[in-house]
Design a protein around this ligand. Sequence first.
Ligand SMILES: Nc1nc2c(ncn2[C@@H]2O[C@H](COP(=O)(O)OP(=O)(O)O)[C@@H](O)[C@H]2O)c(=O)[nH]1
Ligand SMILES: [Mg+2]
Length: 239
Amino acid sequence: MRTAVVIPAFNEAEALPGVLAELAAAVPDHAVVVIDDGSSDDTAGVAAAAGVTCLRLPFNLGIGGALRLGFRFTAEEGFERVYQFDADGQHDPSQIPILLAGLENADMVVGTRFAVGDPGDGGYRVGRGRGLAMGLLRWLVRRATGRRFTDTSSGFRALRRPVLELFATDYPVEYMDSVEALLLAVRHGFTVVEVPVRMRERQGGRPSTRNLRLAYHYVRVLIVLVAGLGRRTRLGATA
Ligand SMILES: Nc1nc2c(ncn2[C@@H]2O[C@H](COP(=O)(O)OP(=O)(O)O)[C@@H](O)[C@H]2O)c(=O)[nH]1
Ligand SMILES: [Mg+2]
C-alpha cells in the first residue's frame, strides 16, 4: 500500500533535520511531503537536503491551509494512506505502525496522548489551565459527535483514501483545524478511532501559537462546536 506522510512546517529548520532522519530510518518506504508554509528560516533547504518533497507556500496560510495542500497533493498522487506528522519532533516515529494499524478497522485514526496505560510511562502531561481547556473541548466534541475522544487536538493522525479525498477539498483552514476536521469526518459518516500513542516534547525551535492568538482560536472553535450542537439536533429532529 502506498503511504505518504504530510509534515506542516513553519520555521522548523532546527528540529526538522532530526525528524526527517528519524523518518528515513523508521519508515523508508513512505513518501515524505513537507509543506513549508512561508517560513523565514531554512525549512525548505533542510527538506531539500534530505531529498524529500517540499511544497512551498509563498506566504503563511496556517496549519490548516498547509495540510489541505498536502492532502490535495497526496490525493492527486494516488496515495492510499496518508498521515500527518509534526516537524518539531513531538511525534515519535516508533508510534507510526501503531497509528497505521488503526486504519485496518477505521477510515481515520487519531493518536491520543492521554490514554497510555501506566502514568509516568508515556502519559503526556499538560498544565492545569490547558488541561481544563482541553476538558471542555472534549466534552463539547462528545456532545457534537456522540463519540468520546480524549485528544481532540492531536495532530498525529492517519487517513484512508475516502477521508483523504474529503480533506483534499474541504479541510478546515483556520487554526485549531484538528477539532473541526474531527467533526467533519464524523459528520460524513466515516469511522474515526483513537489509538494511544507516546509523544515527546518539541525537539527545537518554538511553538507557533501563544496565549492571545491561541485563546482567540480556542473561543472560535467553542463557538463552532456550540453552533454545531444546534445543527445536530435539527438534523436529528428531521431524520
Ligand atoms: N504549515 C504550517 N505549519 C505550522 C504552522 N504553525 C505551526 N506549524 C506546524 O505544525 C506543527 C505543530 O506546531 P506547534 O507549534 O508545535 O504546535 P503545538 O505542538 O500544538 O504547540 C509543527 O510541525 C509546526 O511546524 C503554520 O502556520 N503553518
Ligand atoms: Mg509542537
